[in-house]
Design a protein around this ligand. Structure first.
Ligand SMILES: Cc1ncc(COP(=O)(O)O)c(C=O)c1O
Length: 397
């Protein structure tokens, strides 16, 4: 029977003290505390305005994710994946953490594994930048290199099984590990940083897909808040995301691995959510690298290849806005620094060996940034729902 006295006693809610519930989960709770304390000590990444004199009325911004402690936007994902795994009870004091990666995620996960005192092993394609391998080893991780990009998933699952460890599996869990409604995710941070700008609600947010997790977070946040922003996904040349977006075929595969490190996949990843996108662009690799190098000239520091891919798509959105007489802002991501790619995208001999010499496209991007038009380029062709350009393809813009 209810008793009035008890009703009074329970009127103000009382929660169990943390100490009372800690003992059976002591290691997990301490691990979560360490990650949260690390976050508390960190600052947000910058939103940098990019001067584009040739695109009047369009304000272009770069969310500079290279300034995270582990140098890329994957710092956010790694933190989310560790917290997700810890709260699910998937990580223990003696777990070896294993991940399939093209490098950036592995660097960030190596950082968090070291923070928790866990062994870490990255499974990556042999073509991965040596600087990334060095960064993982510097953080105490091991690298297991496989010949083909498509083999990393099974090799990582096998390695985790052999060592009795945990396969983090970013390609499956990226889209659900991040809090997409808010909690200072990348999208909330962008909108907060734009608050005092002339166009605080961006017309476009443009981002490339590796797992697809960043796009899923941004897209869901935009829909949830019902913003008048359109979300544009970007794909690399050797990848299936763009064709999946236009065809709906989830069984597509691609034999060759992507040459733009961090983005482009040989299979449709579970974390890629096409329904959140309004448009998609696919950029030829030579143009991604050209755009990265052109941007490096403007910023006075090198940026990674996927930032060039993003810039090409953002310039495409901007050009469409100018042609339609629209004004507004566009945000895209500076995913990582070009210091990791000195031996490749910033090395003319390497580019020539790969058939990616890009002086003319680089000049064309510089021209675009200054004048707002592509120099002497063939007119685009329309193929069903897709527009084909010299630099790539677009659907939905
Ligand atoms: C350098 C770089 N850019 C972009 C991305 C794409 O991010 P997401 O995996 O969230 O799609 C990645 C992913 O690994 C990356 O490493």
């Amino acid at each position: 029977m209810w008793d009035d006295g008890d009703m009074h006693a329970t009127h103000s809610p009382t929660y169990p003290s943390r100490e009372a519930v800690v003992p059976p989960r002591a290691w997990q709770y301490e691990a979560i505390r360490r990650i949260e304390a690390d976050f508390q000590r960190s600052s947000d990444t910058h939103l940098i305005p990019l001067p584009t004199p040739g695109l009047p009325g369009v304000d272009l911004y770069l969310k500079d994710e290279s300034s995270h402690p582990t140098g890329s936007l994957k710092h956010r994902l790694a933190r989310s994946l560790f917290l997700h795994a810890l709260c699910n009870g998937w990580l223990h004091e003696s777990s070896t953490v294993v991940e399939a990666s093209s490098g950036s995620t592995a660097i960030s996960e190596a950082y968090f594994a070291r923070l928790l005192g866990l062994p870490f092993c990255a499974v990556m394609p042999r073509s991965t930048s040596p600087d990334k391998v060095a960064a993982i080893e510097f953080a105490g991780g091991q690298c297991h290199l496989v010949e083909h990009a498509a083999d990393i998933y099974q090799a990582a699952a096998d390695l985790a099984a052999q060592r009795g460890g945990h396969y983090m599996d970013q390609f499956t869990y990226a889209e659900r590990a991040t809090d997409w409604r808010a909690n200072n995710n990348i999208a909330e941070s962008i909108y907060h940083q734009l608050e005092r700008e002339p166009h605080p609600c961006p017309r476009w947010i443009v981002a490339s897909a590796g797992t697809g997790g960043t796009l899923a977070t941004i897209g869901r946040f935009v829909r949830y808040r019902r913003y008048a922003t359109q979300v544009c996904g970007v794909d690399a040349e050797r990848s299936v995301f763009f064709d999946h977006y236009t065809s709906g075929n989830a069984a597509l595969t691609c034999a060759q691995g992507s040459r733009i490190e961090g983005i482009g996949r040989p299979r449709v990843e579970a974390s890629f959510v096409p329904g959140v996108l309004d448009a998609m662009v696919q950029v030829r690799d030579v143009w991604s690298i050209a755009a990265a190098r052109a941007l490096a000239e403007v910023l006075g520091r090198p940026v990674g290849g996927s930032t060039g891919t993003n810039l090409m798509a953002a310039l495409h959105c901007a050009r469409q806005m100018v042609q339609r007489g629209e004004t507004g802002s566009i945000v895209t991501l500076l995913c990582d620094s070009g210091e990791r790619y000195r031996h490749s995208y910033y090395n003319d001999d390497w580019l020539a060996q790969q058939g990616l010499a890009c002086h003319e496209p680089q000049h064309a991007v510089q021209h675009m940034l200054h004048s707002g038009s592509w120099p002497e380029m063939a007119t685009p062709q329309s193929v069903e729902r897709t527009e084909v350009f010299v630099w790539g393809r677009s659907a939905g813009i």
